[in-house]
Design a protein around this ligand. Structure first.
Ligand code: EPU
Length: 338
């Protein structure tokens, strides 16, 4: 086993936080995963599974073994009249997959272009953007069960996907390693342009014939204009979830804040735009040391260089406090804290 001691995690988290792992290993096969898990069980070492590191905020050194999953491969495993079924290994980069699908005319994931991270992490928080969630094209996944070393196949129902959540953030947290995900992609594209910003961008681009490629281009343009590129400014996308409130509470808030942005949900509740709430509290573009709130999207916290995880977390707590004091709404973190 190729274990490294005292290894910096800075290149492995998109926030760019400089902490060390006591031990670090990259695994590229199921056999290697089995070997490492046996080792940590025998030696009782705490461990952390890392994919693309795009949804984690490290607040201290990790006194254990960080396991970086590097399983690679994209295989067309099945086809029917309407769909392609693509089995993708956990270590594949998410956006490389979306690009590959668009180039091959496998439709469905294009609205999820440019989301940082790897395939194995996408079911954990059921990534979503511009009117599409990963679960809409999820078929099944394979996971390594850390309790008994078996490999289990899990269906969509088993995974209990919700808004930025799944069984892997709850009951199965820390109990499995996702090995691969199989996606169900459409042969006949259904273009999802319902999200206002996409239509506006497509019009701006003067696209004559809309396609999954033009949607991908539009999404890339929108994301580049609003969201900081983690290779330039450390960040993990939205730091908080958009909170859900009852219609009664939403109407009460609307009376005192007529400009408030909210979206109705299928169960009658409303989702509030957390970015709007944070902006109203005056945080947009604010910077404390090297920790800051992005100037173009208040839902995104950034590391301008040398911020520690603790400084980012303190800033997040201040934001949470002022949103609660102003609106009576409790923001919930989307990002994991390690
Ligand atoms: N808004 C503001 N000020 C801001 C930011 C947003 O007023 O600083 C308001 C605007 O009115 C805007 C509305 O909020 O119309 C929604 O903003 P946006 O379209 O940027 O989406 P979001 O709700 O802030 C969510 C996801 C993003 C995803 C976009 C697009 C969550 C937590 N975030 O953001 O996902 O890209 O929708 O679908 O649901 C991520 O999870 O990391 C992420 C970036």
């Amino acid at each position: 086993m190729n274990m490294i001691n005292n290894h910096s995690l800075k290149p492995y988290n998109t926030f760019g936080i400089n902490v060390d792992a006591k031990y670090f290993i990259e695994v590229a096969s199921v056999a290697e995963i089995k070997e490492v898990i046996e080792y940590i069980n025998i030696h009782k070492i705490p461990f952390l599974i890392l994919g693309g590191g795009s949804n984690i905020l490290f607040t201290s050194d990790f006194d254990g073994l960080v396991i970086k999953i590097n399983l690679k491969g994209i295989d067309l495993v099945q086809e029917d009249d309407d769909h392609y079924f693509l089995k993708v290994q956990a270590g594949e980069n998410w956006d490389d997959l979306v690009k590959y699908c668009v180039e091959n005319n496998y439709a469905g994931l294009e609205n999820l272009s440019l989301i940082p991270g790897c395939v194995g992490a996408c079911p954990i928080q059921n990534i979503g953007a511009y009117g599409v969630e990963m679960k809409d094209h999820f078929q099944e996944l394979e996971a390594f069960d850390l309790t008994d070393g078996s490999i289990r196949t899990m269906s969509k129902t088993d995974c209990r996907f919700g808004y930025r959540s799944s069984i892997f953030k709850n009951e199965l947290k820390g109990k499995v390693i996702i090995l691969s995900v199989t996606f169900r992609l459409d042969k006949l594209p259904v273009l999802r342009t319902g999200y206002g910003a996409i239509t506006d961008e497509l019009n701006k681009m003067e696209v004559k014939e809309r396609s999954i490629q033009s949607i991908r281009n539009a999404v890339i343009n929108i994301r580049r204009s609003k969201l900081p590129d983690p290779t330039e400014i450390g960040n993990a996308g939205s730091f908080f979830k958009n909170p859900t409130v009852s219609p009664v509470f939403r109407n009460k808030l609307l009376k005192s804040h007529p400009g408030m942005v909210s979206y109705s949900q299928s169960n009658g509740d409303y989702k509030l735009a957390a970015g709007w709430l944070i902006e109203q509290c005056g945080w947009k573009g604010k910077r404390i040391g090297d920790a800051g709130v992005h100037g173009k999207q208040a839902l995104v916290l950034v590391n301008y260089g040398k911020a520690t995880g603790k400084e980012i977390l303190d800033l997040a707590d201040e934001i949470k406090k002022s949103v609660f004091e102003t609106f009576g709404v409790l923001l919930e973190r989307e990002v994991n804290v390690g």
